[in-house]
Design a protein around this ligand. Structure first.
Ligand code: UT7
Length: 314
């Protein structure tokens, strides 16, 4: 049994295809000015032929490289995705094969909170001694469930993948985590099919989601810090889900954290759902902003609704 679960490596990958706000304004009634002001997003990446598993494979290999861990040494793979490549098998099992691992592998579906749910689950496996090294991935091809004619959602989402290797340690790692769900909000943010064999697209009551996101994520941040006996002064970084710059800055303001301590990647990536937090984390670790020993608060909310947060020392 390990006292803590520590992040020992991160990786990410964005497919090369880019859709700019100007590209979107050629096909739907929108503008770069509207999208930038209301969301902070300037462009998003979009797959061509690549699958969710393909994106996850590259992000995972990058994370394993940084961790110095061979895929054969993984005890578990948890992949969070809203956009699995197939109804079955789990995309995690295809990823297991692609990276040459042989451990159990399963998917988690908690939409934009998926990475937080996956990380928290991985932490439990490590702390109970069931696993030592766990690969936790968020990978999405959101462009496949976007209605490209709907200006209220097509402007928001992007494709990409992020991954971390979580490992058992006596050194500090995850300090506190909490998860929540409220299924009474299904129709506020959902894919609008009725049955699994019907095609569906993302449907969202943007305004309602915006208000709930700010209120739930602000309370979550306050409670998480309180439970860890910390104040926002003890936080080095917030690594939030990247849905809208106005949501991110409202939460930061509420917990009195300056934007200089918040990792923001949505300008170039849009909302990559379960991939957005590990993508932001990897970006800021690789560019040298986040360093070993820093305290991070990661949190996210998504689809009809699930939300959660993880406070960790890197
Ligand atoms: O990751 C999961 C969680 N998801 C989120 O957190 C998303 C939360 N919601 C949001 O980020 C925002 O609500 C949106 C960015 C989706 C929308 O921003 P808003 O400030 O809430 O705009 P709105 O929906 O209140 O719409 C304002 C106006 C409307 O026109 P009228 O009724 O005032 O004439 C819309 O029809 O803007 C119009 N509009 C647009 N105009 C140009 C809506 N979408 C667009 C668009 N381009 N793309």
């Amino acid at each position: 049994m390990s006292k803590f679960a520590r992040i020992i490596g991160t990786g990410s990958y964005l497919p090369p295809g880019i859709v700019s706000n100007d590209d979107l304004s050629k096909t739907i009634n929108t503008s770069d000015e509207w999208i930038t002001t209301r969301t902070g997003i300037k462009q998003r990446h979009k797959v061509d032929k690549e699958t969710t598993c393909d994106l996850a494979e590259i992000a995972s290999k990058n994370a394993l490289d940084m961790a110095g861990i061979d895929a054969k040494d993984l005890d578990l793979i948890i992949l969070a995705t809203t956009t699995p490549d197939k109804i079955f098998p789990a995309t995690a099992t295809m990823l297991q094969n692609a990276i040459g691992a042989s451990c159990p592998a399963f998917d988690i579906q908690s939409v934009c909170a998926g990475f937080i749910f996956a990380l928290t689950t991985a932490e439990q496996y490590i702390k109970t001694g069931m696993a030592k090294n766990v690969l936790v991935v968020g990978s999405e091809t959101m462009s496949r469930i976007v209605d490209w004619k709907d200006r209220s959602t097509a402007i928001l989402f992007g494709d990409g993948a992020g991954a971390v290797v979580l490992s058992g340690s006596e050194e500090t790692g995850i300090l506190h985590s909490s998860l929540f769900s409220d299924g009474s909000y299904v129709s506020s943010l959902q894919v609008n099919n009725n049955y699994i064999n019907e095609t569906g697209f993302i449907e969202m009551s943007g305004n309602e989601v915006f208000k709930i996101a700010v209120s739930r994520l602000s309370s979550l941040a306050e409670e998480t810090l309180k439970k860890a006996n910390m104040s926002s002064d003890d936080l080095d970084w917030m690594v939030p889900h990247q849905a809208n710059i106005r949501i991110i800055s409202a939460v930061a303001k509420r917990i009195k954290t300056p934007m200089s301590k918040v990792i923001v990647t949505l300008e170039n990536q849009g909302n990559t759902s379960a991939a957005s937090i590990p993508l932001a984390l990897d970006t800021a670790i690789r560019d040298g902003r986040i360093k070993k020993g820093d305290n991070l608060l990661m949190e996210g909310i998504g689809g009809g609704f699930s939300w959660g947060g993880v406070l960790a020392q890197l």
